[in-house]
Design a protein around this ligand. Structure first.
Ligand SMILES: N[C@H](CCC[C@H](N)C(=O)O)C(=O)O
Length: 278
């Protein structure tokens, strides 16, 4: 089975063409292909599929096999995939996801997509829709304890759940210890992606992320969007900022008039491969 390895800011996935192959159990396949020793190695897999509602549809599975509602870094790569492989000749396309239909505006250089701006839709702020067990509305300052420390989280969904807290120094934050505890905390009925954010200035945030189902990744597109929203709700940043991640930078804007969040960032194809393990 052919696959394409791509990444957005180092958040790397394996892309499978659902127009050509049929994957019987994508959850099980995600676990095997994502394994960095016995498989290809990735943060998960992404299926590119036909759609009745949009130009294409995507399904995304984390490294643990769980299916996520949406993936920001992956959707930019899906746009690149379908354009570069001439499945479309349009640079403005729509992609259906479990979080709804998203609109991409792609940049082409030398005949290939290098960058995309994605309309990620409106942030979801009601506790029950995120979901998070909280009496707060919006959920700003929900305290969650981990290893004896009380963290004040702001919770936002971009179709998938995020919990954001602000720290002094992301480079030296014990993410490997704290992240897994927050991910599965009882306050998050569908688990959560946990973002740890350092404010550099009114237009710049540094973020590390412990992703639901994948652990620490080098970047999280939906997480960067949720982080910007949390930054605005906490009056720490303006409505447009650069989110600096371990794997690269994303430009995020929460447009006041439309209430939509826009994410801009790169998409890279690393290699094409052949999966031999069934
Ligand atoms: N782990 C996430 C899905 C991938 C999100 C992230 N990689 C992105 O770029 O948005 C979740 O279970 O909600």
């Amino acid at each position: 089975m052919k696959f394409t390895k791509m990444h957005g800011c180092g958040n790397d996935y394996i892309y499978l063409n659902g127009f050509e192959i049929d994957v019987a159990d994508p959850s099980e396949l995600a676990i095997r292909m994502s394994n960095r020793n016995f498989g290809v190695g990735s943060d998960g897999i992404v299926l590119i599929l036909p759609s009745e509602k949009a130009d294409f549809r995507m399904r995304m599975f984390n490294a643990d096999g769980s299916e996520a509602e949406m993936c920001g870094n992956a959707i930019r790569c899906v746009g690149k995939y379908v354009y570069d492989k001439k499945m479309t000749d349009q640079t403005n396309i729509t992609i259906d996801t479990l979080a709804g239909v998203k609109i991409l505006d792609m940049t082409v250089e030398d005949g290939q997509v290098t960058y995309a701006k994605v309309d990620m839709g409106e942030p979801i702020l009601k506790a029950e829709d995120i979901p998070v067990v909280s009496a707060l509305e919006p959920v700003v300052g929900e305290v969650v304890e981990a290893l004896g420390t009380a963290y004040a989280f702001t919770c936002v969904s971009m179709g998938n759940p995020h919990a954001i807290t602000f720290v002094d120094d992301t480079d030296h934050f014990p993410l490997e210890e704290v992240g897994p505890i927050i991910e599965v905390h009882e306050k998050f009925p569908r688990k959560v992606n946990a973002e740890f954010v350092q404010v550099v200035d009114q237009e710049t945030l540094k973020m590390r992320v412990w992703e639901r189902g994948s652990g620490e990744t080098l970047a999280c597109g939906t997480g960067a969007c949720a982080t910007l929203v949390a930054g605005v709700l906490n009056e720490k940043v303006g409505r447009k900022a650069t989110v600096k991640l371990l794997g690269g930078d994303l430009i995020i804007e929460w447009d006041e008039a439309s209430n939509h969040v826009f994410m801009s960032g790169p998409a890279v194809t690393v290699f094409e491969g052949e999966w031999m393990l069934g």
